[in-house]
Design a protein around this ligand. Structure first.
Ligand code: TYM
Length: 334
């Protein structure tokens, strides 16, 4: 990767940032910021798909900005911005909606999952058209690489499909992006149910490790992690299908220590020791971040200023792309 490689990825300001977000995405954002031209959005407009009360999204946006700087994004290197500050995202999203088929959006697993979870509640049309706003986020920046967890792959695929269709209809306009996922940590599973992904919307917090969790709380969650009942010298081995709980711990351990799950497995014979060691490795990674986050949250004025600086840099790129799109379609210049 070089400085001319454009990287963009975003995160929603809904709920606290968890270990899955960190290992699947944020860790890669931090690593990539020096070698690449990096843009990272706090996608407050996306979170409106499920927001029904006033006064919350602004606070969660500032808190997420503090978290992104706490994990190590450097505002001098990476452009960190709030999506609603760059109007081009909404403007391009409409054009994306006109270049995607209803059937394509109907096949999105995230829409199916989220609408089932909200059964009986309000299901906004925005939840259905969500991938078109995400396509706009990505395509506005001529993005080459999108560092995300596995759960976002289908969204990157539909973004590519929309870009290909637009380019065919209106001439070569968009760069085709590619998803980038880490070797370990691309799909961190719940510590309580290792067959479903670690997620902020999980009912009890026991399976989800938040970055703001105190060390004692993190250790407790790992000690109670679901593993297996079989014992013996081979009990700790890396087998995702047969031993999903153990595999999840091994992957988490590998992701925070930069090793492979197989190598970590060689070091342990008992589940208890693996749980404690994984908890300790996670605390060693997350605790300095938690402490920095608390410090940064003390100066909200500075966070808001950094977001304004980011938005200005983002707008400079996004406005040029949107103009190119209007020109390609042949709209009357404003
Ligand atoms: P969001 O806010 O749900 O999650 C942010 C990032 O965290 C990753 N992630 C995980 N990775 C591994 N294991 C897990 N259990 C786990 N849970 C979450 C996600 O893959 C994601 O990379 N639609 C996106 C936000 C978005 C976006 C974009 C991303 C909007 N526009 C443009 C990239 C580019 C979302 O809801 O992520």
């Amino acid at each position: 990767m070089s400085n001319s490689t454009r990287v963009l990825s975003c995160i929603q300001p809904t709920g606290d940032v968890h270990l899955g977000n960190y290992l699947g995405a944020l860790q890669n954002w931090v690593r990539g910021q020096h070698e690449c031209d990096a843009f990272h959005g706090i996608v407050d407009l996306h979170s409106l798909t499920v927001t029904e009360e006033p006064g919350i999204v602004g606070e969660t946006t500032l808190s997420l900005a503090a978290m992104l700087f706490a994990v190590g994004l450097d505002p001098d290197d990476a452009t960190v911005f709030a999506q609603s500050h760059v109007a081009e995202h909404s403007q391009l999203a409409w054009i994306m909606q006109c270049n995607v088929a209803y059937g394509e959006l109907s096949r999105m697993t995230q829409f199916k999952d989220k609408s089932v979870k909200r059964d009986g509640q309000f299901i906004s049309a925005g939840l259905f058209t969500y991938p078109t706003l995400m396509a706009a986020d990505i395509l506005l920046y001529d993005t080459n690489h999108v560092p995300v967890g596995n759960d976002q792959h289908q969204h990157i695929e539909i973004t590519r499909d929309i870009a290909i269709r637009f380019n065919r209809r209106f001439g070569e306009t968009f760069v085709l992006p590619e998803a980038v996922t880490p070797a370990a940590g691309a799909r961190v599973m719940s510590l309580q149910d290792p067959t479903s992904k670690m997620s902020k919307s999980e009912d009890s917090g026991a399976g989800c490790v938040y970055i703001v969790d105190e060390p004692a709380a993190v250790m407790k969650k790992f000690k109670r992690a679901v593993t297996d009942s079989d014992t013996g010298p081979d009990a700790v081995r890396y087998d995702r299908a047969a031993k999903p709980g153990v595999a999840n711990l091994l992957e988490i351990h590998a992701a925070v220590t930069g090793r492979t799950p197989e190598a970590v497995a060689d070091d342990y014979e008992q589940y208890g020791a693996l749980k404690v060691a994984t908890g300790e490795a996670v605390v060693a990674t997350l605790d300095p971040i938690r402490i920095r986050y608390i410090e940064l949250m003390d100066d909200r004025g500075e966070l808001a200023r950094l977001l304004r600086v980011g938005a200005e840099k983002a707008r400079a790129v996004a406005s040029v792309t949107l103009q190119r799109v209007h020109d390609a379609i042949g709209m009357v210049p404003a």
